[in-house]
Design a protein around this ligand. Structure first.
Ligand code: MG
Length: 157
């Protein structure tokens, strides 16, 4: 089983926030806004994994009004999602994701992000594809007002 469409997550960017992306804190004076640590890349990956097994979505499992998830490290959410996957005797084959962000540059951080995610997803680093692109200064993403990530995954029983 796998999903047919790339899964999308979006977060608004704001000055003075920590910028968590793929479990890594990016050097930045601004960051993403959310109930959790607002890690848009991990959220998209969680939704891809959940969607592949028809397990609803991240908001269903980890409500954004539940105080226990306020400011939570999204790596914990991803570990919880992996537990659901493994409970059903599935494992991750690979993931592919793209981050759309005007700045800071994501590319230099991709190897570190791959290491973090591969450990949680229980795959080798070569199975964790992370890509980054800008929005070419077009619309709110291009103006640096928001960050977006897409993810797809393949699971096997
Ligand atoms: Mg999110």
């Amino acid at each position: 089983q796998t999903c047919a469409l790339p899964i999308l997550d979006v977060h608004r960017l704001e000055e003075g926030r920590a910028f968590w992306l793929g479990g890594l804190k990016l050097p930045s004076s601004f960051g993403a806004v959310g109930h959790s640590d607002a890690d848009v890349l991990i959220h998209a990956i969680c939704d891809a994994l959940l969607g592949a097994l028809n397990l609803r979505d991240i908001g269903f499992h980890f409500s954004d009004t539940d105080p226990q998830y306020k400011g939570i490290d999204s790596k914990i959410l991803l570990r919880n999602v992996m537990a659901l996957i493994k409970e059903r005797e599935f494992s991750v084959v690979n993931i592919d994701a793209t981050v759309i962000l005007e700045q800071p540059k994501v590319n230099p951080h991709i190897p570190a992000i791959q290491v973090i995610l591969a450990e949680i997803l229980e795959v080798t680093i070569d199975r964790v594809s992370i890509k980054a692109t800008t929005h070419e200064k077009v619309d709110s993403f291009g103006a640096g007002e928001a960050v977006k990530a897409y993810a797809v995954c393949l699971l096997s029983k």
